[in-house]
Write a protein of this length. Structure first.
Length: 350
């Protein structure tokens, strides 16, 4: 049933900095930030959220907010192993859910979420921000669908990140202890590579795919065996192939956290994206290069509009899943979790 009421949301789980983008995106799209709660209120990110939104009520516990009447949507960037249980509780309470990636850390958690979605009639959306919040990726999708490079036969997604320093509970800048505990963050393929899997399915039009092979390793951080600092996946769908490489090796000399790239190969051309930096080149991010039978073109995508959060609000009101089809989100996480589970382990990784 369609409704035009103002959407009210609560933030439950304030452990990862992605929560700032999620909250800001929903507020900018017209939603009302109605409350917040977290398991560890003393961590630095939680404190910063309270400082940034001092007028938003703080509940004593996540369960209190999840069960509260008058809230339509629960958004979470909790420690990854808590995101699945939070989502199930919220869905069972009749609320839609938006979660930071990874949306869960095991196939068992995913099965519980799918069951809760089916029983509740609510949706579960994972914020694959490397597509939803990156204008150049949105533009690439438009070009692909306009036939500018013919039929897409392969995507190559690179997701390098900067690791930073360890920061213990309550600390400021740096990585918290759970970041080094695979049972809590789910592994590098479950976590980072879910972005690239999402883009592979979306750009190739595939509804499902298979993991041909996958590898994880720890080659640069032997003192932290719970950390996986390298991962790769080879995907295959009925009509396309995909290669993914993710890592934690971005050097301090780069002016941003990672040189994220996406290459899309079509039968009549190709597209390359430099999402966050054009090294020794143009300023800023969202650089797109299009090469096809007509020539070579550079497109500055910095002014391309993204619509994920506005689409989410409309989905809550109209009971749709236009921000991301539900089956697409399930399949993306299924592939990420399967790749992680089947991966060959190398180096010092546990």
């Amino acid at each position: 049933m369609t409704s035009t009421h103002a959407v009210r949301f609560a933030a439950v789980g304030l452990d990862h900095a992605h929560i700032f983008g999620q909250i800001a995106g929903l507020v900018a799209a017209g939603a009302e930030f109605a409350g917040m709660a977290t398991d560890e209120p003393e961590v630095a990110i939680a404190a910063r959220v309270r400082e940034q939104y001092p007028d938003v009520p703080v509940a004593a516990s996540p369960d209190e907010l999840i069960g509260q009447d008058g809230i339509d949507l629960i958004v979470t960037a909790a420690v990854p192993d808590r995101r699945g249980p939070i989502a199930v509780a919220a869905l069972n309470a009749g609320k839609d859910v938006v979660t930071d990636k990874p949306g869960c850390v095991s196939l068992e958690q995913l099965a519980e979420i799918e069951k809760a979605v089916g029983q509740s009639g609510r949706f579960w959306s994972v914020t694959f921000s490397e597509r939803f919040e990156v204008p150049s990726v949105i533009k690439a999708g438009e070009l692909v669908r306009a036939g500018k490079i013919g039929t897409v036969v392969q995507t190559l997604g690179l997701g390098p990140h900067r690791i930073g320093d360890r920061a213990h509970l309550g600390g400021g800048a740096g990585r918290p202890d759970w970041f080094y505990d695979k049972s809590r963050y789910g592994g590098i393929l479950t976590d980072i590579a879910s972005h690239q899997i999402d883009q592979f399915l979306w750009l190739t039009g595939a509804r499902t795919a298979e993991v041909v092979t996958s590898t994880v390793g720890n080659f640069g951080n032997p003192d932290e065996p719970g950390l996986q600092d390298f991962g790769e996946i080879l995907l295959r769908s009925e009509n396309a192939q995909g290669y993914i490489r993710v890592d934690w090796y971005t050097p301090a000399g780069l002016g941003t956290w990672g040189d994220g790239r996406l290459m899309i190969l079509g039968t009549d051309g190709y597209i390359e994206l430099r999402k966050y930096v054009d090294i020794a080149g143009r300023d800023g991010g969202d650089h797109l290069f299009l090469v096809n039978q007509e020539g070579t073109q550079y497109i500055d995508c910095s002014d391309v509009t993204t619509s994920y959060y506005a689409d989410l609000i409309r989905d809550v009101q109209e009971r749709t899943t236009t921000a991301a089809p539900q089956e697409h989100t399930f399949e993306t996480m299924r592939l990420a979790l399967t790749a992680q589970q089947q991966a060959t382990v190398r180096g010092a990784a546990s």
